[in-house]
Design a protein around this ligand. Structure first.
Ligand SMILES: [Ca+2]
Length: 369
C-alpha cells in the first residue's frame, strides 16, 4: 500500500477511510479547560464510505451534528468543491452521483457558516474505481526490427513515417530520428550529462522531451532536432504524449497530468484506477484513437486508459516478447510505445533491447483481473 496525504497533512494508508476534522478559522488554544476542548471538536461526524466505489454509483454521506449547541446560519455539503446540498436538521443523508466524474480520490466536505464565515468543517476523502472489469489484448508480431542495444529508450513516436526516440541515463540521453530498418540514428541531439532524458511527444511539428528528476523539459524543432526552448514542471518526468491540444505526462504514480503546450501550466490531472486498485508506475505513453496506452514500469504490461475517466480499459501482457535467444545481457525493462496510424500497428521495444516489434492488437475476453 502507498501512503497518501490528506488535506490535513496526515499520512494515511490507502483504503483507510479518512475522517478529518479541520477547525477552519481558529488557531489551537493553549488553554485546556473543557469548554475550550469542546470548542475544538469537529461539529460534524461523517459515516465513512467503505472501500473504493465503482464509477457511476450514487455515493451516500450520512452526516450528524456532533455538537448540537452549534448554531450555524447554514450548513453546506460539497464534493470536490461543488455544492451538493444543504443540511437543516441534526442528521442528514447526502447523495452524490459519481456518473460523469472520474476515478481516483474525491473529497466530501461539510461546512457550517455563521454570518457568511465558515465556522467549522469536516471532510472525508473517498475513492472511485473503474466500474468495469478490464479487458485484455492478445497480439500478433507483424515485424521484428533491429533496435540499438545502447539506447535506454524512454520515448518513442512516429510522425509522417519517421520514427523518433528519446533515451535516458546521464551522459547517454538523446533525442533521435531513427531508421527503423537499421536501428541507427539519422539525426541525433545529445543532452548534457546533467540531464536524464525521459518521455517524448511531437505536437504541431515540435518535439517535447521530459527529464526524469531535473524538472526541466526541452522543445526541439523538426526535422533538425534543434533546441528551441526549455520549460519547467513540479514533478518527476516519466512518460509523455498529447491529445486534444494538451500534453499528457506521467510521474511514476497513478496520475496523468495535463499541461498547456505553450505555457506548460498544469491544466488538469487524472488518477488511473482499474476496477479494484490505483494503477501506478505509469511510464511511457501513447495516445491512440481515444485511449492512452502506458507502459507500467518494472512490468511487461501495457495499460489502456480511458482519458476521459481515468478508468483502465484493458491490459496487454508482453511477457517474453523478447526471446532469451535474442538477449545480449544488458536489457532492462519493456518501454516504448509508438503507434503507426497508416499501418495500424504498435511499435514496442525496451531499454537497451536489441529488437523492436511491430504488433497488431487483438481484443480478447475480459481478463477478470
Ligand atoms: Ca510514445
Amino acid at each position: 500500500m502507498s501512503p497518501i496525504k490528506s488535506s490535513c497533512g496526515i499520512l494515511l494508508p490507502l483504503f483507510f477511510i479518512v475522517l478529518e476534522a479541520c477547525e477552519s478559522k481558529k488557531s489551537p488554544s493553549t488553554e485546556t479547560d473543557n469548554s475550550d476542548l469542546l470548542s475544538q471538536r469537529a461539529a460534524f461526524s461523517i459515516l465513512p464510505v467503505m472501500g473504493a466505489r465503482p464509477l457511476g454509483d450514487s455515493i451516500v454521506f450520512d452526516v450528524e451534528k456532533v455538537d448540537s449547541a452549534s448554531a450555524f446560519d447554514s450548513v453546506i455539503a460539497r464534493v470536490d468543491g461543488n455544492r451538493i446540498g444543504e443540511m437543516a436538521d441534526q442528521r442528514h443523508t447526502f447523495h452524490w452521483a459519481s456518473e460523469g466524474s472520474v476515478t481516483g480520490s474525491h473529497i466530501f466536505r461539510i461546512s457550517g457558516y455563521k454570518k457568511g464565515m465558515e465556522e467549522s468543517s469536516s471532510s472525508q476523502t473517498f475513492y472511485i474505481s473503474s466500474s468495469t472489469q478490464p479487458g485484455s489484448y492478445r497480439y500478433e508480431i507483424i515485424k521484428t526490427l533491429p533496435h540499438n542495444p545502447e539506447s535506454f529508450v524512454q520515448g518513442l513516436e512516429w510522425l509522417n513515417g519517421k520514427l523518433y526516440e528519446g533515451t535516458g541515463l546521464n551522459g547517454k540521453s538523446s533525442v533521435m530520428n531513427v531508421n527503423p530498418l537499421t536501428g541507427e540514428s539519422i539525426v541525433r541531439q545529445n543532452l548534457d550529462q546533467t540531464y536524464f532524458g525521459e518521455g517524448i511527444t511531437i505536437m504541431d511539428n515540435r518535439l517535447y522531451q521530459l527529464t526524469w528528476q531535473n524538472r526541466k523539459g526541452f522543445v526541439y524543432s523538426l526535422p533538425d532536432l534543434k533546441l528551441q526552448k526549455e520549460f519547467g514542471y513540479t514533478t518527476d518526468g516519466w512518460g509523455l504524449t498529447h491529445f486534444d491540444g494538451k500534453l499528457a505526462m506521467t510521474d511514476g504514480t497513478n496520475q496523468v497530468y495535463f499541461l498547456d503546450p505553450e505555457t506548460f501550466q498544469r491544466t488538469g490531472k487524472l488518477e488511473v484506477w482499474d476496477s479494484r486498485n490505483p494503477v501506478d508506475q505509469l511510464n511511457e505513453l501513447e495516445y491512440v484513437n481515444g485511449s492512452v496506452f502506458a507502459n507500467k514500469y518494472q512490468t511487461d504490461t501495457i495499460v489502456e486508459i480511458d482519458p476521459k475517466t481515468g478508468a483502465v480499459k484493458a491490459y496487454l501482457d508482453l511477457s517474453n516478447i523478447l526471446k532469451d535467444a535474442d538477449k545480449l545481457g544488458n536489457e532492462d525493462v519493456l518501454n516504448g510505445i509508438a503507434y503507426h496510424p497508416k499501418e495500424k500497428l504498435f511499435y514496442v521495444t525496451g531499454k537497451n533491447w536489441p529488437k523492436m516489434f511491430a504488433i497488431r492488437l487483438i481484443p480478447a475476453a475480459k481478463s477478470g483481473i
